[in-house]
Design a protein around this ligand. Sequence first.
Ligand code: F3S
Length: 280
Amino acid sequence: MKVKLADKRGFCFGVEDAIEIAEKAVEERGAGNVVSLGPVIHNKSVVEHLERKGLNQSDDLETIPETSSVLIRSHGATPEVLERARERNLHIVDATCVLVKRAQDVVRDLHQEGYHVVMIGDRDHPEVRGVIGYAPNVVVIDRKEEIAKALPHKERLGIVVQTTHSPEHMAEIVAEIVRRPFKEIRIHNTLCLEVTQRQQAAVALCDEVDVIFVLGGLHSANTQELARLCRAKDTRTYHLEKWEDFDPFMVEGVRVAGVTAGASTPEWTIQEFVRELETL
Ligand code: F3S
């Protein structure tokens, strides 16, 4: 089978940095002495790879032993979590992506300048949960239908967006907000260009293939968004984690298959998938 790869795919610099910081911390502090607060990234094989090197994981800060280091993953954490880690005398290893950190700073600054902050994003996503901790009463919306009910009747709105959303998604919500009588709306583009480039490459690839495979963790927001955009192009789309999830029915009648991958998918997963697909 002919297989075409998206020009931009896989690891972003934020994920590469987070893995490097985690590996370095384990090297310096010793295997078993560094605990990641939640999975470092949304990719099982990478998390397992780091576990084998000696990185532990916990979802609860209170269970991390006092002699350990706590690793803050690329999604970041709220100021309260960081404060609590300090109170517990845990050594903090901060792997928050610089772009997430920027969104956190923007939220804090907007609040200090008197704007009511609105974040466009998924309220259950760890990045969003962390970013909204930098100002009180941040309103989180992710669908046009939520706007009427959720938006505050304030005169000055400050808007930020989850880094992994698409420009189209952001524009759709912003267009709906500006229809309302807010005197001032300040919009900060906190989208991640790495994600946008992967989205553009995936959408372009859809025009050249009969089916597209989007590789990445099933909980990875940017991978989900890639799959959503490919489906919106009416391209047969499968979101899989790895080759083991493949089923031959997925390529029935297919001459050319496309492969792309989210920002937390390692190149080894992509290459294995392409190799196997090419043999069909
Ligand atoms: Fe950062 Fe963008 Fe990657 S926000 S973690 S560089 S997807």
